[in-house]
Design a protein around this ligand. Structure first.
Ligand SMILES: C[S@@+](CC[C@H](N)C(=O)[O-])C[C@H]1O[C@@H](n2cnc3c(N)ncnc32)[C@H](O)[C@@H]1O
Length: 274
């Protein structure tokens, strides 16, 4: 199938159908994400039905509902209550949010150590971007960032982003969480450090080779990429595959890189400011 056999109108109809389906209608996923997926998949499928299915499969992997979610409406109520009930209640709420998603749940036992180790390498950033943040912003109380620092968070899941902004407000920080597709529209905020945790392997699945141009486009001094050392099922060692991903993405760029391991995460500290 090529652009002659499927019209822009047909693509827009399929996008509308997917975005308003019961699975996705409450998430406000950017239209740009769907358009990008259709453009990527268009040359690979002969029939409209297969094209739509391929896009839905990729979208499912991007949104990854199997990694877990809180009930966002209830979480907003619980957050407001926790904020009224003192520091211990607020920390418990953050803990509960972090436990509701697989990526952050794995870090819970090592939270203090995790950020201490990273900032030992990068220095304490004045501006930080949390790219494809998921529920990681709820680990802010364990990051010990100075109040003067700016913390931006990006995700394409609107209920998650709204809850994060409500949380930032309670933390007396500016509401700098943004709902956007960072692959289609890479953030252009200059920063000392950008976190890109546990998503680079999914970027490669979405679009092979995309990490290299994405990392290049970010106006940040240090990029901290993390990848799991084992598969989600715990059955497969992913160390060499994920080390190769990072080495290939850096390629011939003159970006010194240091690798550290914290818990089950491989952390690559990539210095772009040379
Ligand atoms: C595997 S989770 C990782 C969350 C977080 N970085 C962590 O390690 O705790 C991936 C997150 O990235 C978001 N995401 C995936 N692709 C994205 C994109 N292109 N733009 C913005 N967010 C994206 C998903 O919505 C999800 O919240």
């Amino acid at each position: 199938m090529n652009e002659e056999t499927v019209t822009t109108e047909q693509i827009e109809e399929m996008i509308a159908e997917i975005l308003t389906s019961s699975k996705y209608r409450d998430l406000s996923i950017p239209h740009a994400t769907l358009l990008d997926l259709f453009r990527q998949e268009l040359p690979n499928h002969k029939r409209t039905k297969e094209l739509k299915q391929a896009v839905k499969t990729k979208l499912h992997r991007i949104i990854a509902p199997y990694l877990g979610d809180p009930d966002y409406n209830q979480a907003a109520i619980d957050l407001d209550n926790a904020a009224k009930n003192g520091e211990q209640a607020f920390y418990s709420f953050c803990h509960e949010m972090l436990a509701s998603h697989a990526s952050t749940r794995e870090r819970l036992p090592i939270m203090e150590h995790f950020y201490e180790q990273i900032f030992n390498q990068t220095g304490m950033p004045a501006t930080i971007l949390d790219l494809a943040c998921g529920l990681n912003p709820f680990s802010l109380p364990w990051m010990h960032l100075p109040p003067s620092s700016s913390y931006y968070a990006f995700d394409l899941h609107q209920p998650r982003v709204s809850l994060i902004n409500r949380f930032l407000k309670h933390m007396q920080r500016p509401e700098l969480a943004v709902c956007s597709d960072i692959l289609v529209d890479p953030p252009q905020v200059g920063a000392d450090v950008a976190f890109f945790f546990k998503e680079a392997h999914r970027f490669e699945q979405r679009q092979r080779g995309s990490n290299r141009s994405f990392w290049l486009s970010l106006p940040v001094k240090t990029l901290v990429v993390s990848l799991p050392s084992i598969s989600l099922s715990g059955r497969h060692d992913k160390i060499s595959q994920h080390q190769r991903l990072v080495v290939d993405a850096i390629g011939n760029f003159d970006w010194p890189m240091t690798e550290i391991r914290i818990g089950s995460e491989l952390i690559f500290i990539i210095n772009k400011a040379v």
